[in-house]
Design a protein around this ligand. Structure first.
Ligand code: ADP
Ligand code: MG
Length: 701
């Protein structure tokens, strides 16, 4: 946009090598451009100078004019700080410094008029300012005669020590505009600006830093968010095209005997329309000669396993091996059981490989895999160990993807010259905007329909003082032949305390549900695998009425006769975890219930989560709410992606704009894949700039 923007920041007047170093270390500003795109996070009206007597709790920031006196060093060596009195004609207020004490002593002068700016805090019933911004008042820079809205930049202690508090940053940005001669070129074509009602780039950048009016701030923000999202989406789409070009894949020409036989003779139920659609999408991928990288999203119980299985049959029909990798043994086990059941009639051999597979068995499996005789292998990350050598792995299904690192997945890829097709399944729905961004190079299929006949799970929230009612309800349900889960959260950092919490709960439950009338199982992470399996098995076979457990049952367990899920301290669980837990019931024909127990005192967020759970069972809606409540930083799988490091856009608040820009990018690239249309040349240039490397346009189509 301007060749000067590449200039190292040391070339900015007023920024020496030392300042340059902290700028880079603290906020990643290396070049002019980085500084230009370091935006204020809020604006304050600095045309107003308040009086000391006006300082209150309501207005976040105050600007005062007055003198500083009574500098006083307090405390001993380790806890030294300085206090002073700031006063104008209406009164005085304390200032406190904990750091930069030398600077304070050396520079603050009596009888000088200062402007201080900051947020008051309350200490011992009176207000004071801790580390306010301070500058000598001079009539020339009188803020009243300057532009009135000032951007507030986030700064750090270290930056402040170098005079780069919010005001200091603002000053060097002003200098930056001088040095680049205010020369900022447009980066979007005119037709887009007109259509989307956007102001030009140069105006936007100037006004984001130095707004000429309150109204223009919003316009500048919209424009810059648009840039950010539009170019991100364009880049993602192009990357995906390029990756696809590069990634050769096995061609599965035909749908053969296994698939057809299974479909016509052995399918245990009618597929839902969503399942059919997704299988078609996968089939199409498998024919193209490019590696499939598909994310299969579907709520708990939507029938993803069947889709995976039928895709595997296509691979086998074409002479290839397949595998499913699951994040836990319990889950691997469950897949093994389902897949084994599905493939029985086809007389296909299925094996299970996990950390606890016996040595002799493991060796057998290794042989079968290497020779290619064994077509279906289910397991945990034991599958990616070097000793596992597939003869010709054609399709790898990966369940619950966020639990596997990207590197782990790549390891599975490298098991053959041509990488296998990859189908990633997740029951944690991801909001659309996130999915298209974080999983930008995956295609996404969604099973948005549950198998017929499922009854909606009734979700209720009770405070702990209604416990007796809940116990009565559980007794009734057991009388009707239902089984009950009771789940305890991990509360403390200490496993021992959590176990105690669970065991106390277990004791209470045994007290309320005494043997021999009632039998209670207990399951927790500290038990040995055999013990866990034993307890789980007893519950699954209906030998016990209640399973008391920690969240180890979160994924995988499938007991259709269990129709009540009680979650203790439900306010302590995250939304997606609550949703996963709830998905353990509602698998049979009986009406199912999810009972959320909580203490009386709830944080706003905790209350909101419980409300969301009671109001909807739609996993996608829950994921959206989760994103709103927590922001993307906490969502599983997003942290390592880096694509969410927005400068100004916000994936939650700007999801509409994200969808809009995505659509726009898609349309443009569809009509003009190489961006050679004169209208679009400007986009192509900007991308080239952004990629900082050659885009092989010729190959994109
Ligand atoms: P997910 O893995 O998506 O949570 P599963 O594949 O475990 O779901 O399926 C949940 C249950 O629904 C299983 O018992 C499965 O046999 C059953 N199921 C799957 N698809 C259908 C269908 N189309 N009709 C009836 N039941 C189905
Ligand atoms: Mg499943």
């Amino acid at each position: 946009m301007n060749s000067k923007l590449d200039t190292p920041i040391t070339y900015l007047k007023g920024v020496g090598p030392k300042k340059a170093e902290v700028l880079q270390k603290e906020i990643g500003v290396k070049r002019f451009e980085d500084l230009l795109f370091y935006f204020p996070f809020r604006y304050v009206d600095k045309s107003r100078i308040y009086k000391v007597k006006d300082v209150n709790n309501d207005n976040a920031y105050f600007q005062l004019k007055g003198k500083i006196s009574n500098l006083n060093s307090v405390g001993d060596k380790r806890t030294k700080y300085i206090t002073a009195k700031f006063h104008d004609e209406t009164g005085s207020i304390d200032i406190v410094w904990f750091r930069g004490l030398k600077w304070v002593k050396d520079s603050i002068k009596a009888n000088t008029e200062y402007l201080i700016f900051g947020k008051p805090s309350v200490f011992k019933n009176s207000f004071n300012f801790v580390h306010p911004e301070i500058e000598v008042f001079s009539e020339i820079d009188n803020p009243i005669t300057q532009q009135s809205l000032e951007g507030i930049y986030s700064s750090t202690e270290k930056l402040k020590n170098f005079g780069l508090g919010s005001r200091g940053i603002s000053k060097i940005i002003k200098q930056l505009f001088l040095q680049i001669d205010n020369d900022l070129t447009e980066i979007l074509p005119d037709y887009i600006l007109k259509k989307h009602n956007l102001i030009d780039e140069s105006t936007a950048l100037k006004n984001i830093h130095f707004p000429s009016s309150p109204a223009i701030i919003e316009k500048a923000q919209k424009r810059l968010k648009f840039d950010e999202l539009f170019y991100l989406q364009t880049e993602l789409i192009l990357n995906k095209k390029i990756t696809k070009l590069k990634s050769k894949g096995h061609i599965f020409q035909k749908v053969g005997n296994y698939f057809n036989q299974f479909y016509s003779r052995y399918l245990p139920f009618e597929l839902t329309n969503a399942q059919k659609r997704v299988i078609k999408e996968i089939r199409n991928d498998l024919k193209t000669g490019r590696q499939m990288n598909r994310l299969l999203q579907g709520d708990v119980g939507s029938g993803k396993t069947m889709v995976a299985f039928m895709s595997m049959l296509i691979a086998i029909d074409n002479g290839f091996q397949t595998c499913i990798m699951a994040p836990t043994e319990i889950l691997a086990n469950q897949h093994y059981n389902s897949i084994k059941r599905y493939s029985e009639d086809l007389q296909l051999e299925v094996e299970l490989l996990t950390g606890s597979t016996k040595k002799s068995k493991r060796e057998d499996i290794h042989k079968g895999i290497q020779s290619g005789n064994l077509k279906i292998l289910i397991g945990t990350h034991a599958l990616v160990e070097d000793t596992v050598k597939f003869n010709n792995l054609g399709l790898a299904v990966i369940d619950e993807q966020h639990r596997f690192g990207v590197a782990q997945r790549a390891k599975l890829w490298k098991k053959s010259n041509i990488p296998p097709h990859i189908l990633v399944m997740t029951a944690t729905p991801i909001p659309r905007t996130l999915a298209m961004t974080v999983y930008g190079n995956l295609d996404v299929s969604v099973i948005d329909e549950l198998p017929p006949g499922r009854k909606e799970i009734k979700t209720l929230h009770f405070f702990d003082n209604k416990r007796l009612r809940v116990i009565g309800f559980i007794r009734d349900q057991i009388k009707k032949g239902s089984q009950i889960y009771i789940v305890y959260p991990l509360i403390s950092e200490s496993e021992k305390l959590d176990l105690k919490n669970l065991m106390d709960g277990f004791a209470n439950i045994q007290h309320d549900f005494p043997p021999p009338e009632y039998l209670v199982s207990v399951l927790h992470g500290r038990m040995k695998n055999e013990e866990k399996d034993y307890e789980m098995q007893r519950f699954a076979e209906g030998k016990t009425n209640i399973l008391v457990s920690t969240t180890v049952i979160e994924v995988g367990v499938d007991v259709p006769n269990a129709s009540v899920m009680v979650i203790e301290n439900a306010e302590r669980f995250g939304l997606s975890q609550l949703h996963q837990l709830r998905g353990r019931v509602g698998r049979g024909s009986e009406q199912s219930y999810c009972i959320l127990m909580s203490g009386q005192k709830l944080s706003n967020e905790g209350r909101k989560r419980l409300e969301v759970m009671v109001s909807t069972s739609d996993g996608f809606e829950i994921a959206e709410e989760d994103l709103k409540l927590r922001g993307p930083g906490d969502l599983q799988g997003t942290r390592q992606s880096g694509v969410l490091d927005f400068k100004i856009a916000n994936i939650t608040k700007d999801s509409q704009l994200m969808l809009q820009t995505r659509k726009l990018a898609e349309t443009i690239l569809e009509k003009d894949p190489q961006l050679t249309n004169p209208h679009n040349i400007i986009i192509r240039k900007q991308l080239q700039n952004k990629f900082k490397k050659t885009v092989h346009w010729g190959k994109i189509s």
